[in-house]
Design a protein around this ligand. Sequence first.
Ligand code: IFM
Length: 443
Amino acid sequence: MRSLNRRAVLAAGTLAATFAPRAGAAATAVAPLRDGHASATPFLWGAATAGHQVEGNNVASDIWLLEQIKPTLFSEPSGDACDSFERWREDIEIVQSLNLNTYRFSVEWSRIEPAEGQVSLSALDHYRRMVLACREAGLAPIVTLSHFTSPRWFAAKGGWFHPDAPTVFARHAERVIRHLGESVSHVITFNEPNLQLLGEWGRTPDPAVRQTMTDMLAAAAKASGSDRFSLMNTGDAAAMVAPVLEAHRQARQAIKGVRPDLPVGMTLAIPDDQAVGPDSRIEEKRATVYAPFFVEARQDDFLGVQTYSRSLIGAEGPLPVPEGAERTQMGDEFYPQAIGASIRYAHAQTGRPILVTENGLATQDDTVRARFIPAATAAVLAARDEGVPVIGYLHWSLLDNFEWFSGYGPKFGLVSVDRATFKRTIKPSAQILARIARSDLSR
Ligand code: IFM
């Protein structure tokens, strides 16, 4: 079970800006997004990472424990990841060198609050330095508060199912924004809170994976001296929607209390769903997987859309990737134009400005990424030209990083990372994105 595909595990049913000027310039205030329209600020061209996937040694987090415990569904532990907790300045310099104006990263709650109520000012200072360094480099820093991981103590209390979870998360959100200050460009409360619903919809769980998941969580609970261990996108997916949306609401309110001008949103995993045949179950899927989140997103400043491929939906549910189609390392169909349809759909459903917070593919062959990027960005810009308020495109990912259950096998990065030395090497496909960004920003 070396390379467990994240989607396969999810399907098992148990896991369940403002643009600041270039270098040296002072940070500017964030222009508010006007109702339903993108602000007049430049298009956000960027790359994204998440703390647990790049920082390394995120030892107080829930997922770190699951990687270590027996049995585990993780093919390997995250370990040092890309050593970005130390090398973040280099990462920011790379983003800047690629003509991009935005860096999306996440703050790790378990570093900021490793034990309940014990706040690490040193960790908060670390992330504040990152935000300020982005601004100094002319980058808009987009901060994600919850990118799957939570502190281990939070999971051991029942995670998002604990009645206090929304309040506790909102307190964390307020603390982060107070400390990171005026330079944050946009805040994402939750990354893909609909991922488990998406993975499970219309699929029959693999009983062996389901059993290992149950055993892994039981072992983690025991190791934590608890009778429960619950994290984002595990357990009863439908039951988790309400508490997570309540946490989002409370966090948004807390953030606005500190910075009323700061754009707040969440991100959703949205493939380009395509109906096949007259009895396609596509609307049923949409009602289950996206609709509750869209309702809430209508109150947000923007919606983050994360698209990797298309999904064909027939009368029985999801259909396999068409025979003979080119596939990525994750088994998805190579289908870069998908992002155009998901942007239009998400905007039509919410009326909100859309930020492409993730888009990309896993491939060992960078020439495939070099074909993907022009086609995907062309689809985004075509939607923008049609009048869809798309405010940016952030490629996933800046670095070849830790791909959850699949470990270090899948290569999503614009930049490769030597696993022994952490040396970063910019791939040719990154220069293609750099050229596209420069040409668009200089129009
Ligand atoms: O690596 C993940 C990321 O953490 C969330 N969105 C999908 C990416 C690729 O699977």
